[in-house]
Design a protein around this ligand. Structure first.
Ligand SMILES: *Cc1c(COP(=O)(O)O)cnc(C)c1O
Length: 411
């Protein structure tokens, strides 16, 4: 890379009116009045729609786009997503309840995750969703439940591939993993399925998360399709669903370059085309969480106190790591970096100072921003953390320090 090239800077996707951020058509201060409190998360419906529209432009038309609910399981979001995506991927009975309350048909819903309990599996079988089987033991429990209830379960095998998704924020495949069944064991498991009364749907290959390198994603997708093709001879019936994962990332930190999905779509179109004769009945699926919702959300808090300690300015806000663990740097980051942050009612104001933004918790981990230049803020001003639509509230330790809850709204 050219060391003199300017680092990619975060681009705020929201409008600004009279120095205020506008979300869902409302100025931030008005929105806060409407919510009735800070802190809150706000998600913008138009940005969700725009993201899906752009993705469909770039992806091959036959590709199915699923929403991975764990990124943001807020029922209003899931309801909205049900109208713009092709399916849901979920990972618990709790998420399944939210998903089944939407218009999404059960045939377009799958459940993954290690350690599914028999009760959850029973519910999933009754619902008719596809269970992505994560172990031989789980398969046996599903078969027993199917037999007991007389309801034929829909199963796909989640494969832990021999390859890995390179340059991923979190790797979830390759090497020893708690996820899926090792690739080399799959032919034996498929053989076993032939003796069970189950509906074999296909495969699920999910190798990682938060990836900003199109080439790595293309590589993993091609390998996933090749892997499925190589397994067809062992399958009890034709592959109906081939879920090749996702892992599309979003930019959080200076220098993170947004993912260009166009080359991914082009390569995928070619890979799907090439494999068509070997996978004639397969619906090809990608499952995305963060990429679909992450950029559509903000977390807003208000300044309670402003103090100077040995020359450094601290803005103490009413929100913190208990609502937004990821922004504090404690959700999988190795080195703490600042999420994009702004004073939401002082957008574009030039008089700046360098501040530390911390939450109200009695722990030095409760940092929202470390030494960032921002417009001069006072008590009552709004601190906004961008890129907060995914892995926000439900990925945070909300009971820690028994603080008030954050609200969530979809506007
Ligand atoms: C977490 C997860 C996802 C979503 O990951 P994102 O990085 O949010 O896109 C998709 N599928 C499975 C199996 C997951 O575990």
């Amino acid at each position: 890379m050219n060391p003199t090239a300017p680092k990619h800077q975060f681009v705020n996707p929201f409008n600004i009116e009279d120095t205020e951020l506008v979300i869902g058509g409302l100025k931030l201060s008005r929105l806060a009045q409407r919510v009735g409190q800070t802190p809150f998360y706000a998600y913008d419906r138009q940005l969700l729609n725009a993201r899906i529209a752009e993705l469909r432009q770039n992806m091959p038309p036959e590709l199915k786009i699923h929403y991975a609910m764990k990124a943001n399981p807020m029922p209003a979001i899931v309801q909205h997503m049900a109208t713009i995506v092709d399916g849901f991927d979920l990972a618990s009975a709790g998420e399944m309840k939210v998903a089944l309350d939407t218009v999404m048909p059960a045939t377009q819903i799958s459940m993954a995750g290690p350690g599914k309990r028999p009760a959850e599996l029973g519910q999933a079988i009754a619902a008719g969703i596809t269970i992505n089987v994560e172990s031989q033991q789980e398969l046996n429990v599903i078969a027993a439940l199917s037999e007991q209830t007389g309801i034929q379960a829909n199963v796909a095998l989640r494969i832990n591939p021999a390859f890995e998704l390179k340059a991923s924020g979190m790797k979830m495949g390759g090497g020893p993993k708690q996820f899926g069944i090792d690739e080399e064991l799959i032919p034996t498991v498929l053989q076993h399925i032939k003796s069970l009364d189950l509906h074999f749907k296909g495969f699920h290959i999910y190798s990682g998360s938060q990836n900003l390198k199109a080439e790595s994603i293309i590589d993993a997708q091609q390998k996933s399709i090749q892997l499925a093709v190589s397994l067809t001879e062992h399958c009890p019936s034709p592959i109906e669903k081939l879920n090749i994962g996702g892992g599309f990332g979003i930019p959080y930190f200076p220098g993170d370059v947004p993912l260009d999905t166009r080359p991914i779509g082009d390569a995928l179109a070619e890979a799907i085309n090439q494999s068509k004769s070997q996978l004639p009945e397969a619906e090809i699926i990608i499952e995305l969480g963060r990429y679909l919702v992450g950029e559509a959300g903000i977390y807003a808090s208000q300044v309670i106190d402003k103090k100077i300690s040995r020359g450094q300015i601290y803005l103490i806000v009413d929100g913190g790591l208990h609502h937004h663990l990821a922004a504090s740097g404690n959700f999988g980051q190795v080195i703490r970096k600042n999420y994009p942050v702004a004073i939401g009612n002082k957008m574009g104001i030039e008089e700046m100072e360098t501040v530390n933004i911390v939450g109200p918790l009695c722990t030095p981990l409760d940092i929202l921003a470390d030494k960032v230049p921002l417009p001069k803020a006072e008590i009552g001003d709004y601190v906004v953390i961008f890129q907060s639509g995914a892995y926000g509230l439900t990925a945070s330790p909300t009971a820690f320090l028994t603080q008030p809850n954050a609200e969530e709204i979809l506007v």
